[in-house]
Unconditional design. Structure first.
Length: 413
């Protein structure tokens, strides 16, 4: 039989001898033991201290009534426990993340189902109700008989989220641990979707989620968030955690973020970062943000122009490369100067012994680091570029600008 949390709140409870014990004021889930089982019922007894009935002390459950299989004397006095998730306090009317629908929703009710175990009845949480039926039940609770409410809500469009797709929002890191709330489900979302979700949360909730994500995911999400929110989040993070996240970001993205922070905070975070990564970011910060140097990423793939396709692919296989932004390979001549660029798709169709110089794009395009962003935009637009190489005064490549960098900069303008 399906039940709803609203129908059980205030339900009269009787012991094995039929004696009235009290009314249900709250019930709990103990995630460490069973993530969807109602483990304890809090029974209010007027002026007397409240009691707790365990899941294995329940004989039957119905809307408005609970029958126990033990006497009142077998029940324990209630003692608060932060490792318990309170259905009414922590779920009803609270915001949660629907990881399947990739959005933030508010819980109107909780759907429960009976499961008979060793002569007693256990309640299992199956889904949360985020639609009109749950809102109607909440509104009419205690005013209209449950049978009438059920008849009314059956005519309304259903909108529920299965419990396994729910990610709870708990800003307190200590309580997250006690409740065993992880954000593994969120880490499986696309960073852009997670960023959209976080923009609908409060500052405290955003902070709690970022602090509990792994550094790689947190870095990807911060790169998608609005600049104002990103700086707020990073400023409130532990410096060590913030530096670990910055280390996972592309150097140009990390530089853009640090440029928006107060100088003292920026220097503190750079000091926390490993030397090589910090030096790369410092070099980028020296450029005007509105120049090619300020837009470029110093991490790019480059090879000698005389290398064959097979040599290049073998070399790339042996390196730890970020494949997502890898779109173009930069070519160097014998003097280590820029000699062209090859889209990664071209080697796939080439002979294994074909030199990379024969695959490069025409015309030969590059820009000095001092070029303004307007020149960058014009070249990308004119030649439908996906990547543009940035060179120094000796014609040596020092970075690459991707179409993503251009789009991000245009959006900010």
């Amino acid at each position: 039989m399906e039940l709803y949390a609203t129908e059980l709140m205030g339900a009269k409870t009787y012991d094995a001898q039929g004696n009235y014990v009290g009314r249900v004021r709250e019930f709990f889930i103990e995630p460490a033991e069973a993530p969807n089982r109602i483990s304890h019922f809090l029974l209010s007894r007027g002026h007397f201290p409240p009691l707790v009935a365990k899941h294995n002390q329940v004989a039957s459950v119905a809307a408005g009534k609970i029958q126990l299989n033990v006497s009142e004397r077998a029940l324990e006095l209630y003692r608060p426990n932060e490792s318990w998730l309170a259905v009414q306090k922590d779920l009803l009317d609270q915001q949660i993340i629907d990881t399947r629908g990739r959005k933030v929703v508010r819980v109107n009710d909780v759907d429960l189902t009976e499961q008979r175990t060793n002569g007693n009845v256990e309640l299992r949480l199956t889904q949360v109700d985020v639609g009109l039926p749950g809102a109607v039940r909440r509104l009419l609770q205690g005013v209209v008989p449950p049978k009438v409410v059920r008849k009314l809500q059956s005519k309304l469009p259903q909108s529920g989220i299965r419990w396994e797709f729910v990610n709870l929002i708990e800003p307190d890191p200590l309580r997250r641990v006690k409740l065993r709330i992880t954000h593994e489900k969120l880490e499986d979302l696309h960073p852009a979707d997670l960023a959209d979700i976080m923009e609908d949360l409060s500052a405290v909730e955003r902070q709690g989620i970022i602090a509990s994500l792994d550094e790689e995911t947190a870095a990807a999400v911060l790169a998608e968030l609005d600049e104002r929110l990103t700086t707020q989040i990073v400023q409130k993070l532990d410096p060590g955690k913030a530096a670990d996240i910055l280390e996972e970001m592309a150097p140009d993205a990390a530089a853009d973020l640090l440029a928006d922070l107060p100088k003292e905070t920026s220097e503190e975070l750079l000091d926390e970062m490993p030397g090589l990564e910090a030096d790369e970011v410092r070099e980028l910060l020296a450029f005007d943000p509105a120049t090619a140097g300020g837009m470029m990423n110093p991490d790019f793939v480059f090879v000698g122009e005389t290398s064959t396709r097979e040599e290049v692919l073998e070399s790339m296989r042996n390196q730890e490369l970020n494949l997502d932004p890898l779109d173009t390979i930069v070519l160097l001549d014998v003097k280590a100067q820029y000699s062209g660029a090859v889209p990664v798709a071209r080697p796939l169709m080439a002979a294994s012994d074909q030199p990379m110089a024969e695959l490069k794009m025409e015309p030969l395009l590059s820009l000095p680091a001092s070029a303004d962003d307007k020149e960058v935009f014009e070249l990308f637009d004119k030649y439908n570029l996906r990547m543009l190489t940035v060179i120094d005064k000796e014609n040596r490549p020092v970075g690459a600008i991707t179409v993503d960098d251009v789009v991000s900069r245009l959006v900010k303008k």
